[in-house]
Design a protein around this ligand. Sequence first.
Ligand code: GLY
Ligand code: MN
Ligand code: MN
Length: 465
Amino acid sequence: MNFLSELASPIAVDVYRNRRERVLAALRAQGGGVAIVSTAPEVMRNRDTDYPFRHDSYFYYLTGFTEPEATLVLNANARDGEPASILFCREKNAERETWEGFRFGPEAARDAFGLDAAHPIAALDEQVPRLIADQPALFYSLGTSAEIDAQVRGWLAAVRAQGRSGVRAPSKALHLLPIIDEMRLVKDAHEVAIMRRAASISAEAHLRAMRACRPGMREYEIEAELLYTFRRHGAQAPAYGSIVAAGANACVLHYPAGNAIARDGDLILIDAACELDGYASDITRTFPASGRFTPAQRELYDIVLAAQAAAIGATRAGASFDAPHQAAVKVLSQGLLDTGIIDKTKVGSVDDVIAERAYMRFYMHRTGHWIGMDVHDAGEYREADGPRDEEGARPWRRLAAGNMLTVEPGLYVRAAEDVPERYWNIGIRIEDDALVTATGCELLTREVPVAADEIEALMRESASN
Ligand code: GLY
Ligand code: MN
Ligand code: MN
């Protein structure tokens, strides 16, 4: 089963063609050669049942093609009249299509996806040695999978075996993915439009979950409201395992929705969002099961919200990727001192809390990550070079217009003798998806409220219905 067999949007042939052109230009700038990128393998779940097929993001980025068993070959040294973009895919097969559904087949795929040529996937091992013979370099996802490395070794061996007929194998193998990572970091209009829609569906799912929530419900019942909304609007799947955590479970960062009961007085942390047409969204909201925050919950909630506002304020083109995190850490650290969760008499000032990383007991993750086709998207967080810091790390990358990242501070306070009891077992995270613009950022996920008063008003309204 291929969960992307039906896209919500039409195939954007020019978008994919343009991306392939950019990769070809990048290969030429590095001396030319051939690039090979395959889609993901199908993976068996149990016996004759596979996991739902999810294409490889790099392959999809360059083709828009979602069938399994497909490979793209880009030949940067194609001569006039020779194909530069070649797809290998499954052939039409009436019998298999009766069981598994429609396949394009090479000819129709070539036309529908704007490729120069297409062949049956069964011809790959015969054709690739011919395509890479006498090429200066082979670009592929170097060292990311034993299967791919073995496949490449086989192709190189096949070229070398023809050495006496005068052809030579490429003398260089280069990593292809960093070229595509740089492109993926800056979202084009096509991507932004899909991500807006994904964000909007996910926001609606959170609204539905908040409205449906009543004390006594189990986490999985709340999860069902989210999943229903994703599919109801055509999103193909959750972008990652949904977290629905009631009470103390919210302090477990990757807690999957389980069967715990959300009790009156508990907070519920939901970190869940959909994938639409191959693009992720990522939203977290935390709200009271009863519809009303307790005073202690509200105190911590407002600290996290203020930390998020500070991080959002630091998210703009030209700023360091680390700036939003540092802004959030400062507000959270101040809040931890003000509430007495960190004892002022032991760690004096906010600067000390930060320098000694005392906040990390209550805030142990970073404030954001790239988001795109993958929820934790591709792309470097650090510059390629530049002066290293005291820990030997390269400088943080500067944000650029078109980058998409999450802003997701949190506080997680477990029961502990040295922490005031009123805050025990409170876990809060607030997460939105931000598109970096020249002057700041635009939040794509704000159709679901974040202010505590607004959340309470929304839940009050639904309680009276
Ligand atoms: N939902 C995964 C994350 O927030 O990073
Ligand atoms: Mn996230
Ligand atoms: Mn998340």
